[in-house]
Design a binder for this molecule. Structure first.
Ligand SMILES: Cc1cc2nc3c(=O)[nH]c(=O)nc-3n(C[C@H](O)[C@H](O)[C@H](O)COP(=O)(O)OP(=O)(O)OC[C@H]3O[C@@H](n4cnc5c(N)ncnc54)[C@H](O)[C@@H]3O)c2cc1C
Length: 317
């Protein structure tokens, strides 16, 4: 019997485990489907990306023990790597959890490989980036490899279209335009959701002519143009790109939540109390997946701290 099972070894899951360990909780297991921890950072942050503690202007006072500060992708991964090592966390990689079910004596946790584990308490911290949002129109099969949801496959000099109006899209755009002919497409004309630093960087590259923009227009559809991506816009223009990157956020993994029998609200977010306990006693939800929108590393760290305190209290530690 595990005392505390944590599903997802992103920054929230890791923080929950660290805080729980600090409070004396003994048997903690961290399940991660990827081949390492912090898969969202590894997959979706460009190398060298600046990482802001107060992401999107959301000022957070850290409550727990983790000294997370502004840095970059590499320093952030290093911080969480060193925390896992120094706290000797039991991290089970390549373990894709399919569901968490309440049983008489705790929770049964089932992996897609058919393994089961029993735990007294469980925390779901699976984030939302396992399923990046996709456009509503079809992506023709021959060009699927050229239509991406992160910047990992970009080759130098490829003509790129970045789609989106949030911080991720803007960060991709102002970085990639230094190495590639790049256009940023957003359906609105104003970037209302980005932080001040990104707004400044964006202005610079637009003013210098390094970044092209196509604002206030949407995309109608994509076509295969001799192995390149044809993009048709609502203004009637059709432009051919080598690669298109959608940075339009992530979707709640509904399947998982339904299999766990969690009650959801109108925005498909699991209902939870002020201590992040779901509609099922002893089952907590933390980090991006606990929120209808927004979320940041620091917010997830505080969720982990609060949940660990509550579980330690219930275990009478
Ligand atoms: C491009 C981009 C830039 C960003 N920049 C910043 C920034 O500068 N500062 C900031 O504070 N925030 C930033 N964010 C937001 C930040 O990354 C998230 O808020 C944070 O990662 C949320 O942490 P989490 O642990 O809740 O979820 P995640 O980081 O998404 O971690 C979830 C983990 O769970 C694993 N998992 C998923 N499903 C399962 C399953 N079924 N079984 C087992 N494991 C599973 C995943 O592989 C992953 O490792 C950015 C996000 C993006 C996409």
């Amino acid at each position: 019997m595990i005392d505390l099972a944590i599903i997802g070894a992103g920054t929230t899951g890791i923080s929950t485990a660290i805080e729980a360990k600090n409070l004396g909780i003994q048997k903690i297991v961290l399940f991660e489907k990827g081949d390492s921890h912090s898969m969202t950072i590894r997959k979706f942050y460009k190398d060298g990306k600046r990482v802001d503690k107060d992401y999107k202007g959301q000022e957070v006072t850290l409550e727990g023990s983790i000294d997370f500060q502004d840095g970059n992708k590499e320093s952030t991964l290093e911080l969480f790597e060193s925390l896992i090592t120094s706290h000797q966390l039991d991290l089970r990689l390549h373990t894709d959890i399919e569901k968490v079910e309440k049983k008489d004596n705790g929770f049964e946790i089932t992996s897609s490989g058919g393994e089961t584990f029993m735990a007294r308490f469980a925390v779901i911290a699976i984030g939302k980036m396992g399923q990046p949002n996709k456009p509503s129109y079809p992506i023709p099969l021959p060009i699927r490899s050229l239509v991406n949801f992160n910047a990992n496959s970009v080759k130098s000099d490829e003509k790129l279209l970045i789609v989106g109006g949030g911080n991720s899209a803007v960060e991709y755009a102002y970085d990639l335009c230094k190495t590639n002919p790049t256009t940023l497409n957003y359906r609105r004309t104003e970037f209302a959701r980005i932080n001040d630093t990104n707004a400044e960087e964006l202005q610079k590259v637009i003013a210098s002519g390094e970044l092209q923009t196509k604002l206030g227009v949407d995309i109608v559809g994509l076509s295969n143009e001799d192995g390149k991506v044809g993009v048709e816009f609502t203004d009637g223009e059709k432009i051919i790109y080598d690669r298109v990157i959608y940075a339009i956020g992530g979707a709640t993994p509904l399947d998982f939540l339904q299999k766990c029998k969690l009650e959801l609200d109108d925005s498909q977010t699991p209902k939870s109390s002020e201590i992040y306990e779901t509609s099922i006693t002893g089952l907590f939800i933390a980090g991006d997946i606990a929120l209808s929108s927004g979320g940041s590393i620091a917010i997830g760290l505080n969720h982990g701290y609060k949940i660990a305190q509550e579980i330690a209290k219930r275990l009478k530690l």
